[in-house]
Design a protein around this ligand. Structure first.
Ligand code: UDP
Length: 339
């Protein structure tokens, strides 16, 4: 086994930022991505930002034969699994597409790992695995399940599959990272979130309104039981999230078994607070209107990040001001994404 970290889906938003953080921390990397919802230009820019020679394999992670060939070339010491479909609404309309892709990719990856004796697996899970009845702040020991959409179920199913695989393979180390709401971009403005079509998530919607691509923001609900009536979330800067992966990798290399960590700030921020911070910090206007609640949304979601702090020695450091400034720099500098 070599010392390279293999990243799936690292042409995407979180993977690309993690690639930069890992390369800057001195790790050798290789990336596999089929670019079905991402661009090879992102990998090019990761190389440009880090000066690292990052081999890139444009292949489908679900294609086990192709993946095994990549394993033979890369000889990874650890795998970080970012690839997967992620649009909540689309997962409701096309559940089989989500189950097929998200589960097939993971099964191929874990089969290759077990076959080749690769020990460490780090997975992009989500706060959405906590059931709708969980109460804030969410702790790793809280009940999971009762997901409101197939996307969430795929995350929970993959957690289970990975935990079972670790239990059956005592040399394996599985780290499941439950992301809260990733926003922001690398401070260079060279990599960032690049959604296909009209964004589903709040921050890319705000930036596209600010840049004039969309007319106004619809704020889904202003009658929640929150301080200003709009939904409250734990927005985490993607560069902090990337550093969380570096800490998780160190942990995974030194341990065996399976562990779950929340990656959040522990702070709740409302939609209106985020919109107001965006306008104030960036000096741009984001017209908005109040609209009915969105199906499946909860009033308030935020993490208890104590476990990651205590065990991984990681905490989120960036402010809401950093988040809105960096998101805007990325959008302004790349109005049409990676072109
Ligand atoms: N939201 C909104 N308008 C939008 C998109 C999102 O008001 O166009 C709100 C949504 O209701 C939630 C918050 O912004 O309170 C974060 O939503 P997002 O889809 O980004 O992430 P989620 O927390 O649903 O995973």
């Amino acid at each position: 086994m070599g010392s390279t970290i293999l990243l799936t889906g690292a042409a995407g938003y979180i993977g690309s930022h993690t690639a930069v953080a890992l390369a800057q921390a001195g790790y050798d990397l290789a990336i596999v991505d089929n670019c079905s919802n991402s661009s090879p230009i992102a990998v090019e820019r990761c190389r440009e930002l880090t000066g690292a020679d990052i081999p890139f394999y444009q292949a489908d992670v679900a294609d086990k034969a192709a993946l095994m060939e990549i394993f033979h070339q890369v000889k990874p010491a650890a795998v970080m699994h970012f690839s997967g479909y992620k649009a909540v609404g689309e997962s409701v309309a096309q559940p089989l597409k989500y189950y097929r892709n998200n589960l097939d990719t993971t099964l191929s990856l874990l089969e290759c790992m077990v076959q080749e004796g690769v020990g460490a697996f780090i997975f992009s899970s989500s706060a959405t695995v906590y059931g709708a009845n969980a109460t804030v702040p969410y702790r790793e020991s809280d009940p999971v399940g009762g997901c409101t959409n197939p996307y969430g179920w795929t995350k929970l199913m993959i957690e289970q599959i990975a935990q079972d695989t670790a239990a059956a393979n005592p040399n394996m180390s599985v780290v499941l990272l439950r992301y809260f709401n990733p926003v922001g971009a690398h401070e260079s403005g060279r990599i960032g979130e690049n959604p296909a079509g009209i964004p589903n998530n709040l921050m890319p919607y705000i930036t596209q309104v600010a840049v004039g691509k969309l007319d106004h923001l619809n704020i889904f609900g202003n009658d929640y039981d929150t301080p200003d009536g709009t939904g409250v979330r734990d927005y985490i800067h993607v560069v902090d999230l990337a550093q969380g992966h570096v800490a998780a990798l160190k942990y995974a290399i030194e341990h065996t078994g399976a562990e779950v960590f929340n990656l959040g700030t522990g702070r709740g921020v409302s939609v209106l607070e985020l919109v107001n911070a965006f306008q104030t910090v960036n000096g741009v206007s984001v017209p908005y209107e109040f609209a009915p609640r969105r199906a499946g949304d909860l009033a308030s979601v935020w993490a208890d990040p104590a476990k990651a702090r205590e065990i991984l020695g990681w905490t989120a450091e960036k402010t809401v001001e950093d988040m809105v400034a960096d998101s805007w720099r990325w959008q302004k500098n790349n109005p049409d994404g990676y072109v």
